[in-house]
Design a protein around this ligand. Structure first.
Ligand code: K1U
Ligand code: ZN
Length: 172
């Protein structure tokens, strides 16, 4: 089932999410719904707070090259355990800040550990777009948005535009 995506500014997008203690059927259903919501948007990642849930859960699939096999990933309690000194600049977007894009500099390569849908611990080294995406999604779990990397003027300009668009959308 597709879920509505919260749009910035929303206090739920600024909250630090809670670690997942046990994988329940409810959490597995949430992960399925998040993948469906992400593919439908379309997006390459989605974090639980973006659908109003405050568990530490992200989904992603950055296999976007033409002809590439889909690679849906579900990560509970994801943690960055090492980051490269080398950095990478990417023009990021966010499904909670539609139609706004800005360059963000992040470590190019990150080692991530998480709990999978199977309840087991997993680990992988992510590079390129996968690394950018997993860092963007983990930021969401800590109440951080990509606009928080920008200067106050740019951030305020984007937030004001979003407030205006939300008012217009509410009026219909
Ligand atoms: O977390 C989100 O809001 C999802 C976001 C993830 C992301 C995008 C760019 C850099 C880092 C993280 C998106 O998926 S925005 C949409 C998007 O980037 C995209 C959509 C369709 C095809 C390719 C990319
Ligand atoms: Zn986002």
């Amino acid at each position: 089932m597709k879920r509505p995506i919260l749009i910035h500014p929303d206090p739920r997008l600024k909250k630090v999410c809670d670690p997942v203690a046990d994988l329940s059927d409810e959490l597995r259903a949430l992960a399925e719904d998040m993948l469906e919501t992400m593919y439908d948007a379309p997006g390459i990642g989605l974090a639980a707070p973006q659908v109003g849930d405050l568990n530490r859960l992200i989904v992603m699939d950055c296999a976007k090259d033409e002809g590439a096999e889909p690679r849906p990933m579900v990560l509970f309690n994801p943690e960055i355990v090492a980051s490269s000194d080398e950095s990478n600049v990417y023009e990021e977007g966010c499904l909670s800040i539609p139609e706004e894009f800005a360059e963000v500099t992040r470590p190019k390569v990150v080692d991530v550990r998480w709990i999978g849908l199977d309840g087991e611990e997993h680990g992988e080294t992510f590079d390129g777009l996968w690394a950018t995406c997993v860092q963007h999604e983990i930021d969401h779990l800590n109440g951080k948005l990509f606009i928080d990397y920008l200067g106050p003027m740019k951030r305020q300009m984007i937030t004001r535009r979003m407030q205006k668009r939300k008012r217009e959308m509410a009026r219909g």
